[in-house]
Design a protein around this ligand. Structure first.
Ligand SMILES: Cc1cc2nc3c(=O)[nH]c(=O)nc-3n(C[C@H](O)[C@H](O)[C@H](O)COP(=O)(O)O)c2cc1C
Length: 222
């Protein structure tokens, strides 16, 4: 089993609740099944470009014009997408670590998504028999795990939360319906006296999810 972990948080782990969730998650995976291949990507070390015009043409123009031949700068502008789509397509499980910023994901995570969820890279458009358009995955990711921390307290379905519905919609669009969320909400210490308990509950949820995934994977070699 191959697990791709994408982390979008500039803080050191001891100051980041979401990174602490990911440490619990990844260390449990390693402990329970050392044969699982884990690919850790820190987006602050390997930052995605914002989508440029050349990138847009290089990535999306083939959908609209099958005769399109990319110019040199357009090929160059797709290099990040190509490299990261390869990592994505090699994965069985995707883990996303991030804080909630302004009710959504950090911009660097959104920029990564704009690069990787692109046609010809991780999915393609097909025609249904009825003449409609469908989405065909080119990847084999079957589960997404979202490890998130927020200052405020929300439950899923809260209209202020633009993050968790976005992640569900985005990955649902490319055929991944199985999204598990470990969410340390209420992390503003001044407002939530029980923020430590909330964090621990989320760490426990992340650990349990990692145990499930380790159990699903091929047993570790003796
Ligand atoms: C730029 C910025 C925007 C934020 N926006 C929100 C927000 O919209 N809702 C919220 O509940 N908390 C918000 N917060 C608080 C963080 O989500 C909270 O501190 C969280 O624990 C950060 O995760 P981390 O400890 O992993 O960095 C924001 C923090 C920053 C720095």
């Amino acid at each position: 089993m191959n697990v791709l972990h994408i982390c979008a948080n500039p803080k050191p782990a001891e100051q980041s609740v979401s990174k602490q969730l990911s440490i619990a998650f990844i260390s449990t995976l390693i402990e329970k099944n050392p044969d699982i291949e884990i690919n850790n990507v820190d987006l602050y070390q390997d930052p995605p470009p914002f989508m440029s015009y050349a990138g847009f043409r290089g990535l999306w123009q083939p959908v609209f014009d099958p005769t399109y031949k990319p110019a040199k700068d357009e090929v160059k502008a797709t290099e990040y997408a190509t490299r990261h789509a390869e990592m994505f397509n090699a994965a069985d499980v995707l883990v996303l670590t991030m804080p909630m910023w302004n009710f959504g994901p950090p911009a660097i995570m959104k920029a990564w998504i704009d690069q990787v969820l692109t046609p010809g890279k991780t999915f393609e458009f097909g025609l249904t028999e009825a003449g409609g358009i469908d989405i065909r995955p080119l990847h084999k990711v079957r589960r997404v795990i979202l490890l998130v921390s927020s200052g405020g307290s929300y439950t899923e379905g809260d209209p202020r939360d633009a993050l968790t519905p976005m992640i569900r919609s985005l990955f649902g669009f490319i055929g991944i319906q199985d999204v598990t969320i470990a969410w340390a909400d209420g992390q503003t210490a001044l407002l939530y006296g029980d923020h430590e308990e909330r964090k621990q509950t989320a760490i426990d949820a992340a650990t349990e999810t990692a145990e499930d995934i380790a159990a699903e994977a091929e047993p570790a070699q003796a």
